[in-house]
Design a protein around this ligand. Sequence first.
Ligand SMILES: NC(=O)c1ccc[n+]([C@@H]2O[C@H](COP(=O)([O-])OP(=O)(O)OC[C@H]3O[C@@H](n4cnc5c(N)ncnc54)[C@H](OP(=O)(O)O)[C@@H]3O)[C@@H](O)[C@H]2O)c1
Length: 287
Amino acid sequence: MRVGACGLNYVDALMCAGGYQIKPQLPFTPGSELAGTVTATGKDINDLKAGDRVLTRGGFVSVVARPRSSIYPIPNALTEGQAATLWQSYSTMLFAYARASLSADQTVLVLGASGGIGRAAIDLAHSRGARVIAAASSDDRLKSCGEVFGHINYSLEDLKVRARELTKGDGVDVVVDPVGGDLANTALRALDYMGRYLVIGFAAGSIPQLPVNQILLRNRNVIGIDWGAWSGSHSQEQENNLRTLLTMAERGSITPPEPQAYAFEEAQTALDDLMNRRVVGKAILVP
Ligand SMILES: NC(=O)c1ccc[n+]([C@@H]2O[C@H](COP(=O)([O-])OP(=O)(O)OC[C@H]3O[C@@H](n4cnc5c(N)ncnc54)[C@H](OP(=O)(O)O)[C@@H]3O)[C@@H](O)[C@H]2O)c1
């Protein structure tokens, strides 16, 4: 397979910086998702041919050989860039919303809404008929999130106060938090009765301490999401989830954002931009 796009994720940057919970042995090739074109197939393969557009797992490489079982055709509705950035963010949020039992007409507050997890959270919430309040650090970042039920610029507005205003005093049913830091405490207080708080990540750099009395009050739930570990131990379920996502994309019920492209040689700049809030949406490396 000749690779046309390597998906970039925050986790790749963390891993390169030695800040991720999994510390690979050096030297290693960062990256985890690839999209491109089949150049040749093994003699027993008769359902794929040279020229087909496909998706697979793998680090930042320009050419790769993979077993048939780990290659997935890209639906016509997706560009290579969209396909290369779907795997981690969308799989995480599909898994997370299943854990949270998100249903139609519920309201989801998405922090870091213009980032990779954030955009997947918005798209998948809409596909379930839920309402989205997108929260981010600037109006420009909020603009990139497209049409949503409500916006919160958390550099200027209080998350809890604004989320309650937008929900006529009730609060939200689900919080998606890939950011952590100081926002977590106020986002927890924005939850309605039986609300679910999804702990996804700590892009802000610090791990929040949540007040347990606020979890007790209103019968709230805090749910840890470790998609990486889950997908490793539930490979068949993850494969089903990926196929579900590709079918949803084909039918137009999700539309992943078109990523910002960096040349292969700019990998270091791209990872640096990702770590320092200079990427809006997703990014890819183009070999
Ligand atoms: N639990 C899981 O299974 C799982 C799976 C995938 C990713 N993750 C984690 O989720 C987190 C987000 O991943 P992502 O792919 O969405 O990353 P991303 O695309 O870089 O988005 C992160 C967002 O966090 C916000 N942010 C706030 N403070 C930041 C800071 N100091 N530095 C960088 N960003 C900051 C930014 O939005 P604003 O500027 O608008 O605040 C940014 O859009 C990461 O910690 C990642 O490791 C977890």
